[in-house]
Design a protein around this ligand. Structure first.
Ligand SMILES: Nc1nc2c(ncn2[C@@H]2O[C@H](COP(=O)(O)OP(=O)(O)OP(=O)(O)O)[C@@H](O)[C@H]2O)c(=O)[nH]1
Length: 297
């Protein structure tokens, strides 16, 4: 657990340093001046609406004793706004779970499947992967590399459409008693209706081929650097498929650590994991408290 807390601290160090120095500047003034903090929260991608809310609420309590007191109030405010629900990352090993992974092009879907596979293998799961990007050979090759690295079986067939590959994969997962099946889908722009309908088709095929003993989940992958657009992606994908969880990627090296907050707070979305690098163990299970602490402590 401490390893993950430390990883988070490293990930958000730049954002934290910026916030800390702006809080210092507030107390350096003879009268409290929130402009610096407001600017830093905006630059860190907390979003205009939430930055204004946070600043207004802090202003209501004008008698802070010191920086620590101020920091604690900010922490309390942020924690109260964030969704605490991340329970559906805890999967039941005694039944088959099928997780469909989708998102816009290049958001990190394949890499995240590689990291998730490593994560759930360490918890004892027997994992199958389906390559439902039957358009791009390079995407398939990349997924195969991850399957080899994790020593997992992969279902692929370029002669078929993505929904047929998904159907085959569900059949194999059931017959060969897998605990977990990841369905990798092609990247698609949330504005491309035909591709979104294709995703809906894969989703329907999976739903029709399972019974109540099998859990199906849909996880959306968003790039943590996409700012407000991440919320737009969530809205648009939700029009076609139900989203059960979100994974935010590419947070390593970012000075925009507030993006996670902004995404989490809008619509109370369940964030499950954060992607913090390209290696197989660069994935941290999301915990709101650890996240907020890594921004402020
Ligand atoms: N630094 C960093 N890079 C990442 C992370 N996740 C993915 N990447 C990189 O982002 C690029 C795109 O990742 P992919 O996994 O191929 O993305 P994808 O969504 O499967 O791409 P398409 O199938 O083309 O839509 C690759 O170079 C990955 O190595 C992350 O958490 N941190």
């Amino acid at each position: 657990m401490n390893i993950f807390k430390n990883l988070l601290k490293e990930t958000f160090a730049k954002t934290k340093d910026n916030i800390k120095s702006s809080i210092k500047s507030i107390f350096g003034d003879t009268k409290i001046n929130f402009e610096d903090l407001e600017e830093i929260l905006l630059k860190s991608d907390f979003g205009l609406e939430f930055t204004e809310q946070i600043i207004n609420e802090l202003k209501k309590t004008s008698n802070f004793n010191d920086e620590k007191d101020f920091n604690n109030s900010l922490k309390y405010l942020l924690l109260n706004k964030i969704n605490k629900n991340n329970s559906n990352a805890d999967l039941d090993i005694n039944k088959l779970t099928i997780i469909q992974i989708f998102g816009v092009n290049g958001s990190g879907k394949t890499t995240t499947i590689g990291k998730l596979t490593n994560y759930y293998i360490s918890k004892g799961f027997k994992i199958l992967i389906a390559s439902c990007d039957t358009f791009r050979a390079a995407a398939n090759e990349q997924l195969k590399k991850w399957a080899t690295l994790n020593e997992t079986k992969i279902i692929e067939d370029f002669s078929k459409d993505p929904a047929s590959v998904a159907f085959e994969a569900v059949k194999t997962a059931k017959n060969e008693k897998y605990n977990l099946l990841f369905i990798d889908t092609a990247g698609r722009l949330h504005t491309n209706k035909n591709l979104m309908l294709e995703l809906q088709k894969i989703d329907n095929v999976i739903t029709k081929s399972i019974d109540e003993n099998i859990l199906k989940l849909n996880w959306l992958i968003v790039d943590g650097n996409s700012g407000q657009n991440a919320n737009k992606q969530y809205e648009e994908f939700s029009k076609f498929v139900k989203i059960d969880g979100l994974i935010i990627t590419k947070l390593d090296g970012t000075s925009k650590g507030g993006s996670v907050f902004q995404i989490a707070v809008n619509n109370n979305k369940p964030i499950l994991f954060l992607g913090i690098g390209e290696k197989k163990d660069n994935l941290v299970k999301f915990n709101p408290e650890d996240y907020i602490n890594s921004l402020l402590e």
